[in-house]
Design a binder for this molecule. Sequence first.
Ligand code: ASP
Ligand code: MG
Length: 421
Amino acid sequence: MGRIVQKFGGSSVADAASIKRVARRILNAKLAGNEVVVVISAMGDTTDELMDLALQVSPQPKPRELDMLLTTGERQSAALLAMALSDLGAEAQSYTGSQAGVLTTGTHGNARIIDITPGRIEQALNAGNIVIVAGFQGVSQTTKDITTLGRGASDTTAVALAASLGAQYCEIYSDVDGVFTADPRIVPGAKQIPEISYEEMLEMAANGAKILHLRCVEYARRENVPVHVRSSFSDKPGTWVKDKSEGSKMEDAIISGVAHDRSEAKITVVGVPDQPGHAARIFETIGHADINVDMIVQNVSQVVSGRTDISFTLPMSDGRKAIEALQADREQIEFEDLLYDDQIGKVSVVGVGMRSHPGVTAKFFKALAEAGINIDMISTSEIRISVVVDVEQVDEAVRAAHTAFGLDSEGEAVVYAGTGR
Ligand code: ASP
Ligand code: MG
């Protein structure tokens, strides 16, 4: 008998009818002879609505209480799903993250899973139940408070549970058919990718593809859990995210996909003395403020002044904090000015094939040039090339790259409800 974990996103359980539809789907997996553990997201936009409500009550809600509030969304959908399954004649029980043994760090709003002790889940499975676990939450090992794992993190709950329960694979259901070569809302001819490696999916997720939570992919790769990303609105096979080291069919695809991200901003620290230690001080300041930096570029220094400019990108939501922190350390860093620009976007081409194919960079940049798009910053990894461009030109840049690497298809991609959750 197989053991599988299925995760359903908010768009798949948006209302009572959807919950019943999903229940039938889960029951089919059970009737096919599987032990089934389901991880569920909050219904529709519940998490956003709870967040809005909190902000109406208190402009800066205490993180501990916010987590108590937000976790109720998943608790609702879990209980409702268990009821729907019972009505179909199945034995089903719902559990909170804490009851399911999801132990986390104490960082409210962005806790990390430390360990899973799935004793109760094992028992419930052994007793023949379908087990429903509320996603995106756990309990802090130290404070014993309820925590959340970050927006979109039910994916991570699912993969972590799959790993700790020794499941064969983890299915992630949303309202799109799988992982696409680009966002189908920007590129109507984007193609569904049948199979993608963990490392490529990591780069896609880290560079703006929202279909899977980044930490879910990290977890899946570390624990070697195959992930099947598919739609709960169809029966089509989706995208398998798995280890493709042996006998890969995809070896020929130079570029697997084009990702984009509009959530970053750029800070330029102007007129920094070009001497050892100044760059270190800038990033010490940023690091102490708990801000993750993405791309960094240092200009050639001016001979006359012996000063240079250093630019970096960071999450837009941390922009204000970064500027304040840098201003506070101005004397030690000795910069002349700070510039802030949030009208930028990042476009990345990702593919393991670029390891063995020279000329990918030239092709990408030529496509951008022909589309009249100016490149502001560049960064690369072994399997990715990213550029920062004007935010107004992101869509155009994605389309240009998609076409240049021969990824366009004839048909139109289907987006069932349009959220990708
Ligand atoms: N409901 C949570 C959110 O919207 C977690 C999830 O859906 O994965 O972020
Ligand atoms: Mg999601």
